[in-house]
Write a protein that binds this ligand. Structure first.
Ligand code: NDP
Length: 282
């Protein structure tokens, strides 16, 4: 039986409806959630990500501001801008779109954003709090993956989840969140030997590698749930890390690319900004 398609697009649309209602309720109570996105330079992929974020904010009735800065800006100038936004009490979420030009240390900028406005969840304080299970902002892609699983009624407790990829923004945090949901978790990476032998044990397989269609049917146990985080631009268009046609024949459920994890990432950013505004009001 072909796999059920887990439509991130549909689930994200449902969540955005809920968020829209929440924003109008907050506005009635004089709370106006506001997201500021800082874009340095005009990297084409960043332009499109940023536009998606601003559009999503508009769609749910949330205030959003895009600050464009020249790619010749110095690190100090960007730090000053972040400091100004940190102090602005009308701003609840600050996102500095990565990558940044080479004269600027991304880590220094991430650490300069006030933890209480770190809606991307990249600040070491946010990451540390996530690791020990304290209230924080969870980074958006891993949080979106958990939402996708939960809203698709995929059981996590007691299941073997295998995560391929160990980046700080996807692989490691999603593995941690799955562990917190009581999965038994294995993390694979480029030095893993016999990858297929491990991925074939997965009840839930998360591919976050950035290599077009590298996960084939030989990597997947029949009946597994497969979440494809990869976004790879190829001659045949946008493809994931999973060979969708053949894996969808044996998986029980699978996310498509596009229309899977991507829309969830942006939606979680909106949810984090609303949460930040609520915390600020409290
Ligand atoms: P990184 O490049 O930071 O990490 C890739 C990971 O894959 C690394 O841990 C690397 O291992 C591992 N890897 C590379 N080659 C292999 C291999 N042959 N076998 C096993 N593991 C391997 O990527 P990101 O985590 O930032 O992103 C992953 C993908 O997800 C990309 O396609 C990206 O575009 C996409 N993405 C999508 C998002 C969305 O919202 N849909 C959001 C964020 C990312 P090692 O550590 O050993 O080098």
């Amino acid at each position: 039986m072909p796999a059920k398609i887990i439509s991130g697009k549909q689930i994200a649309a449902d969540i955005r409806q809920e968020l829209k209602a929440e924003v109008s309720e907050l506005r009635r109570n004089q709370i106006f959630p506001k997201l500021v996105v800082v874009l340095v330079g005009n990297h084409p992929a960043s332009e499109s990500y940023v536009k998606g974020k601003i559009r999503a904010a508009e769609e749910i009735g949330m205030e959003s501001v895009l600050i464009r800065l020249e790619d010749t800006i110095s690190e100090q100038e960007l730090l000053d801008k972040v400091d100004e936004l940190n102090k602005d009490t009308t701003v609840h979420g600050i996102l500095v779109q990565l990558p940044l030009p080479k004269q600027i240390s991304e880590q220094r900028i991430i650490e300069a954003i006030a933890a209480e406005k770190d809606v991307d969840g990249f600040h070491p304080e946010s990451v540390g709090r996530m690791v020990i299970g304290l209230e924080t902002f969870l980074s958006c892609t891993p949080q979106g993956i958990i939402e996708l699983l939960q809203r698709s009624d995929v059981p996590i407790q007691g299941k073997h989840a295998v995560v391929v990829g160990r980046s700080n923004i996807v692989g490691k945090p999603v593995a941690l969140l799955l562990l917190q949901k009581d999965a038994t978790v294995t993390i694979c990476h480029s030095k893993t030997s016999d990858l297929a032998a491990i991925t074939k044990q997965a009840d839930i397989l998360i591919a976050a590698v950035g290599r077009a269609e590298m996960i084939t049917r030989d990597h997947v146990k029949p009946g597994a749930v497969v979440i494809d985080v990869g976004v790879n631009r190829t001659e045949k268009g946008l493809v994931g890390d999973v060979k969708f046609d053949e894996v969808s024949e044996i998986a029980s459920a699978i996310t498509p690319v596009p229309g899977g994890v991507g829309p969830m990432t942006i939606t979680m950013l909106m949810a984090n900004t609303i949460e930040s505004a609520k915390r600020h009001a409290r």
